[in-house]
Design a protein around this ligand. Sequence first.
Ligand code: SME
Length: 159
Amino acid sequence: MYAFTVDTSAKAELYRDLRSALDALTADEPDAVANMANAAALIWQYLPDLNWAGFYRLVGSELVLGPFQGKPACIRIAMGSGVCGTVAATLATQLVDDVHAFPGHIACDADSRSELVVPVVRDGMLIGVLDLDSPIAARFDAADAAGVEALAALLAGRI
Ligand code: SME
């Protein structure tokens, strides 16, 4: 059983605790799927107001669905397509306050209103993206982006 103390009252503390928990969960495990699955579950459990959290992995020249929490989702996303494909093509985080205003947004879950996608990069090479969706518009801010980027940086060596 894994039980973590996570302070959800302030974002900096929340992400610090999440990073520590993720570190503990993945430090001794070499299997990428297991680590992505536990990362998605941890994020899903502790971040409020999400309707989807998970990974798309770079497989060949496209993104393919990885471990996640939420409704079944689109399986393959072309580079440059939608929010995830844009992040994969540019290696830059996307903070989308209103997904309906994002050109080419791919609606996997009609409930999604805002989205945060960060690249997972190791040694300058794209491994995949970590995608969080919320049913609330403008759910994510710069503190969320920085916090989730820190989680992705930790995971990059472990998936
Ligand atoms: N909305 C994403 C697709 C993935 S789902 O949100 C899980 C996009 O536009 O890339």
